[in-house]
Ligand binder design. Structure first.
Ligand code: HEM
Length: 527
């Protein structure tokens, strides 16, 4: 039976195309086609005619199938599910999601590696992205974190340099351990994250067996406008499980899509992975005097000072019906928070707030929030109009400016971005690592000392294996600089790495100066 025609008088019609619903093939404008396998030719053996528009359309669309891959976190696995509130945190936040124990909302999750391209191996030694989009009443809340509670750098402006050091060398087009360790050894603030990366947590067994962290400090704001600083922790209920370095390397060859397989298999077998959400909270006034800068992304808040409090449970129970629509077109941003939440002065967070929507406008277009993966299912009404691929009716005949006298949507004075104090005296480029903010060693040292003997041994082995890849004329200099940093983190760690690399007290390595190395310095620049 023929489908009833779309009603053009409803607010959102005509609906976006259902590409697989019809009985017959049509061209993209809906005309049924009788043959899409034999192009129109001048005679049975003659050339193809230009007028075969439908064949050309198919090829032209094919040429445009890819959107640019994400500049980082390009390789990703997606799943959908739900979040359920299990504990009352209304004393901290008035966010609608947390208003009542038992509240639920739908979630779109995407997990990723950072440095590899879209086809790279899932088991690479790399942090894992941990992105969640909560479709809440009152707006989407995006938690765009990693499987590590800290990060490599603490000023957003350093991010492109850091990423350049992780991606392909402009000359050799190879990823280079020399370049990675050159950057890290010149950036002591990276030590905490590099230590985690070099532990077996740097090679998690898929995504079901790792934790996820907001890493940044955010705010929660309650009905009385009281602000509490908060960090989010999603703890895996499957238990932590990691690959060893050798297993991860082997799996990269056997099944580069290991994480995708592992998650699809689990969910299609009804084995739904869960994470419990915990928060650490810090009263607003504690921040000024706490021994660690609570807005420094290279630091954690020790649990002994700020214990975990349970909030809810996340369950992933579906694979999105279409990877491109719901995973490739998913657009996460730490800017997506809702009333009852707020940001913090963390410089990295501040940078990310602008960087992500900017990336989405480039990658998938200015109307990215209208795509199914990103559209908030509750009301979204504003005065942004037009632009590439404005979906639906683009606001229809509704008024497109504000203020107006024609009944358009108005400001909601019941919600607000609650202000927070800043101690500004002068506007200038403050040194992020000035005295008081320059202890890059105690926290990673504590982490190393917390590891059991086997984990310490594995970590040292992983560091040695990785640093053994440093080559070329700067080898000794880079190795010596990094070994000195490991010594400052922990004497046993430093000694273990030095011994593993055969580094003498003056920092020279046994195989000196990279002679015989295949690393070639770049040719001289054009005159
Ligand atoms: C992805 C920038 C730091 C987690 C991205 C993307 C950009 C970006 C441009 C690609 C977005 C897209 O095209 O969809 C930055 C900048 C940073 C920064 C400028 C430093 C200021 C961080 C930190 C974390 C993080 C600290 C974790 C705590 C992620 C994740 C994704 C991502 C999980 C993938 C999102 C997805 O699944 O689509 N980042 N990033 N980034 N970033 Fe960052």
């Amino acid at each position: 039976m023929a489908k009833s025609p779309p009603k053009f008088d409803t607010p959102n019609s005509p609906q976006p195309a259902d590409l697989s619903g019809g009985a017959h093939i049509t061209n993209s404008s809906g005309r049924p086609l009788d043959d899409i396998q034999n192009s129109v030719t001048a005679g049975p053996r003659g050339p193809v005619l230009q007028e075969d528009y439908n064949a050309f359309e198919r090829l032209a669309h094919f040429n445009r199938e890819r959107v640019p891959e994400r500049v980082v976190h390009a390789k990703g696995v997606g799943a959908q599910g739900k979040f359920t509130v299990t504990h009352d945190i209304t004393k901290y936040t008035r966010a609608k999601l947390f208003a009542k124990v038992g509240n639920e909302c739908e979630v779109l999750a995407r997990f990723s590696t950072v440095a590899g391209e879209r086809g790279s191996a899932d088991t690479a030694r790399d942090p894992r992205g941990f992105s969640l989009k909560f479709y809440t009443e009152g707006g989407n809340w995006d938690m765009v974190g990693n499987n590590t509670p800290v990060f490599f750098v603490k000023d957003g402006q350093k991010f492109p340099d850091f990423i350049h050091s992780q991606k392909r060398d402009p000359y050799t087009n190879l990823r280079s351990k020399t370049v990675m360790w050159d950057f890290w050894s010149l950036m002591p603030e990276s030590l905490h994250q590099v230590l985690i990366l070099m532990s077996d947590r740097g090679t998690p067994y898929g995504i079901r067996h790792m934790h996820g962290y907001s890493s940044h400090t955010f705010s929660l704001i309650n009905k009385d406008n009281v602000r509490t600083w908060v960090k989010y922790h999603f703890l895996t209920q499957q238990g932590i499980k990691n690959f060893t370095d050798a297993e991860a390397n082997e799996m990269a060859g056997l099944d580069p899509d290991f994480s995708q397989h592992d998650l699809v298999d689990a969910i299609t077998q009804g084995n739904f992975p869960q994470w419990k959400l915990f928060i650490q909270t810090m009263p607003e006034e504690d921040a000024a005097d706490y021994k660690w800068n609570p807005f420094d992304l290279t630091k954690v808040w020790p649990h002994a000072d700020y214990p975990l409090q349970e909030v809810g449970v996340l369950e992933l129970n579906a694979i999105p019906v279409n990877y491109h629509a719901f995973v490739e077109q998913a657009a996460y941003t730490p800017a997506n928070i809702v009333d009852g939440m707020g940001f913090s002065p963390d410089k990295m967070l501040q940078t990310r707030i602008l960087s992500y929507p900017d990336a989405h406008r480039y990658r998938i277009g200015v109307n990215y929030d209208q795509l199914p993966a990103n559209r908030n299912p509750f009301a979204t009404s504003h005065y942004q109009r037009d632009g590439h691929m404005a979906l639906g009716n683009n606001g229809g005949p509704g008024v497109n400016y504000y203020p107006n006298s024609f009944g358009g949507p108005t400001e909601d004075k019941t919600v607000s971005d609650h202000a927070y104090p800043v101690e500004a005296t002068f506007v200038k480029r403050y040194d992020r690592n000035a005295p008081g903010d320059d202890d890059h060693y105690t926290q990673p040292g504590n982490l190393f000392r917390l590891m059991d003997a086997k984990a310490q041994e594995d970590t040292i082995k992983n560091i040695v294996g990785h640093m053994a890849g440093i080559e070329g004329p700067k080898k000794d200099e880079i190795v010596a600089r990094q070994v000195a940093l490991w010594r400052k983190v922990d004497a046993k760690l430093g000694a273990g790495v030095a011994a593993g690399l055969g580094v003498s007290d003056n920092g020279a390595t046994a195989s000196s100066n990279g002679k015989g190395s295949h690393y070639a310095p770049p040719p001289p620049a054009d005159k």
